[in-house]
Design a protein around this ligand. Structure first.
Ligand SMILES: Nc1ncnc2c1ncn2[C@@H]1O[C@H](COP(=O)(O)OP(=O)(O)OP(=O)(O)O)[C@@H](O)[C@H]1O
Ligand SMILES: NC(=O)c1ccc[n+]([C@@H]2O[C@H](COP(=O)(O)O)[C@@H](O)[C@H]2O)c1
Length: 175
């Protein structure tokens, strides 16, 4: 029987830790649905990039990985909803039927577990630097961040003037 998994994240931006989790999950399920969460958000400090930009980051990164089979991946944007107890139902409405959820965010895990849905906490890789918050902070302070993301993500961020955007949003939030 073929199995489907969900991998939930905001991917602000998609980094090498996320890529490691995608590979880990593909070792456990036949089809992996990558849920791009908070899809309605962009242009704010924790969520600078649009869902469309994030989908490009995920898609072009995975296309550039030889060992990742694109036919086994779906990327689906899911906006937040006001009622937490309904959020997993909202996810269900937007994605194909799934057997297991890959996530590490305790709140996301709680919402799926309360419904008896199987969850797997994928190992976190180099979490001291492989986190999107660290990458966004490095963009603001002018430190090197490119090595923490797959090459296509660095290219897309340059193309959309992402660093300038992240800095401008940070500046604005101080006022
Ligand atoms: N370093 C990492 N190694 C492996 N998986 C990771 C890593 N960082 C995040 N993930 C996986 O990606 C999921 C979604 O993470 P998310 O998009 O919130 O990234 P993040 O780096 O934690 O972002 P932020 O710092 O903006 O909160 C996590 O629940 C976890 O499963
Ligand atoms: N009520 C809701 O809309 C709700 C609840 C739990 C998680 N989520 C989303 O799931 C995603 C979880 O990913 P993170 O691991 O990046 O926090 C986020 O986009 C978060 O907003 C949404």
């Amino acid at each position: 029987m073929s199995t489907t998994g969900l991998f939930v994240g905001r991917f602000q931006p998609f980094h090498k830790g996320h890529l490691a989790t995608v590979k880990f999950a593909l070792g456990k399920v036949d089809l992996l649905v990558i849920v791009v969460g908070s899809a309605q958000k962009s242009h704010e400090p924790r969520n600078p990039f649009t869902a469309g930009e994030r989908i490009r980051m995920v898609k072009e990164s995975l296309d550039s990985e030889k060992e990742v089979d694109a036919d086994r991946i779906l990327i689906i944007p899911v906006p937040d909803v006001d009622v937490h107890s309904l959020w997993t139902r909202h996810v269900d409405m937007l994605v194909p039927k799934y057997d297991v959820v890959f996530a590490n965010d305790p709140f996301t895990l709680m919402l799926f577990r309360e419904r008896g849905i199987k969850t797997i906490e994928a190992p976190l890789v180099d979490r001291s630097e492989m986190r999107a918050t660290e990458i966004r902070n490095r963009m603001i302070t002018g430190s090197k961040w490119e090595g923490l993301v797959p090459a296509p993500v660095a290219r897309i961020i340059k193309e959309i003037n992402g660093v300038e955007r992240v800095k401008a949003i940070a500046e604005r939030s101080h006022h």
